[in-house]
Design a protein around this ligand. Structure first.
Ligand code: FAD
Length: 419
């Protein structure tokens, strides 16, 4: 079939969906292309929602990935504010909530992830928030500004970013975490300790090793406290639940696609149905630089990489080189950047000094640097990230010394490309 005769539907107009539509055109796809999104908004960036968007008066338009004129000029049809309710993989059609049925030759799923719910008594009270999309942020903004004290359930990146933004607005913050440290699932103990101290130093109360068993109301349907498992009640005027996200894979499951903590895709972002691709937060994908191990990554770099993989596969363009998973987070004056997966770590080299607020943790497995966690060293991080794609012998003393440039051959003694 000629390219011009093919129809691609993209379901989910977020970071991955918006990017894949643009990249398909960039890579020369000339057929019909429709982007369907349940939010009534052009594709936008989510990272600022917990950062600048929450604490300053950034206008909503500033979040857009691209202006509306881009989609018009690129011939990308938009069906925004319309959810897909079903996929018929045999007939190659999707149903929209409004009743329309659209046909496809290729379907790209990019439905993202949804907030994990805390199912405890009182979870339906007013004043409880989650933060996944712009509408959530619009509700949270005034709540943070008008509260004397907010409680945050979950000390992951989103929870801690909200804590930092709330402190910037002068709101009191208490964070409750079930694990024994903040960022327990996503950061090394050293980085967790540093970040935790930073928050405490800015007045955030952090309670670890304790879970929330209920939200207590004020008798008028509004939250007034968290009930903790150890018997304490933590007073608050509003609460934010940030306990992780689950893949939006219900459509994919009902269409019979193989799913396991997200839709299973290959290195070209193809699902188990050859006509259906899936990209972004909703996928479980192989990591070429980690022996093909599967992971579900919730990050902008992952969404962009998989968008390129799918667009390249569909248009017959050369596949993009495999990337190291990486992530960033901004909290107060901290620019945190993490790259690589931290398994099999047997040694950590601290480059620079945490006391100065500028340092990096190089985690090694044997001879190889497998993960880097960087604090306020954004320029170095770009180089550090590339080191993870190579096997190198390093001089630990030289690496620990921030005065030795990261690119210096005093640090890296020999190397061989991994891929
Ligand atoms: P999304 O961007 O979530 O888009 C999915 C879209 O699909 C949504 O608009 C949804 O409404 C739509 N959709 C779902 N189901 C349907 C349906 N049935 N029909 C039609 N449309 C549907 N990442 C970083 O790398 N760095 C950060 O600092 C960072 N900070 C973040 C802060 C916050 C508050 C949040 C929420 C996320 C943050 N992330 C960050 C994660 C990053 O934003 C996501 O990894 C990225 O948006 C994933 O892109 P996606 O397209 O897969 O999903």
């Amino acid at each position: 079939m000629l390219d011009e005769d093919r129809t691609i539907l993209v379901v989910g107009a977020g970071q991955a969906g918006g990017t894949v539509a643009a990249t398909l055109r960039q890579y020369g796809f000339k057929g019909r292309l429709t982007l369907i999104g349940s939010e009534p908004l052009l594709p936008y960036q989510r990272p600022p929602l917990s950062k600048a968007y929450l604490k300053t008066d950034v206008p909503p338009d500033a979040l857009k990935l691209r202006p509306r004129s881009f989609y018009d000029e690129a011939g990308i049809s938009l069906r925004l504010g319309e959810a897909v309710t079903a996929i018929d993989a045999a007939a190659k059609t999707v149903d929209l909530a409004g009743g329309d049925v659209l046909s496809y030759d290729i379907l790209i799923l990019a439905t993202g992830s949804q907030a994990r719910k805390l199912q405890v008594p009182g979870a339906d009270l007013d004043g409880l928030h989650e933060l996944r999309n712009q509408a959530d942020a619009e509700k949270l903004k005034p709540a943070v500004r008008n509260s004397r004290r907010i409680a945050i359930v979950g000390a992951g990146y989103v929870g801690l970013e909200v804590a930092a933004s709330a402190r910037a607005l002068g709101t009191e913050v208490v964070v409750v975490e079930r694990e024994s440290r903040v960022l327990a699932r996503v950061a090394s103990p050293q980085l967790s300790g540093f970040v935790e101290n930073h928050h405490r130093g800015r007045g955030v109360e952090i309670l670890t090793d304790v879970s929330v068993t209920a939200f207590l109301g004020d008798g008028r349907g509004h939250v007034r406290a968290l009930q903790l498992a150890d018997g304490r009640a933590i007073a608050c005027d509003a609460a934010v639940v940030g306990i992780g996200a689950l893949p939006c894979d219900a459509l994919a499951l009902s269409a019979g696609l193989v799913c396991d903590n997200g839709v299973r895709v290959d290195a070209e972002a193809r699902t188990s149905d050859p006509s259906i691709y899936a990209i972004g937060d909703m996928t479980s994908r192989p990591l070429a630089l980690y022996g093909g191990r599967y992971a579900r990554l919730e990050s902008v770099p992952n969404a962009l990489e998989q968008a390129r993989q799918a667009a390249a596969s569909i248009t017959g363009t050369a596949p993009p080189p495999p990337e190291i998973p990486w992530f960033w987070s901004d909290q107060y004056d901290l620019k945190l950047q993490m790259a690589g997966l931290g398994s099999g770590i047997d040694r950590t080299i601290v480059r620079g000094s945490p006391e100065t607020g500028k340092f990096a943790l190089y985690h090694l497995s044997g001879e190889r640097v497998v993960q880097v966690e960087s604090v306020n060293l954004p320029t170095e991080f770009i180089t550090a990230k590339t080191l993870l794609t190579t096997v190198r012998r390093i001089d630990p003393d030289a690496l620990a010394d921030l005065a030795v440039p990261i690119k210096s051959d005093r640090i890296f003694l020999a190397d061989a490309q991994l891929v």
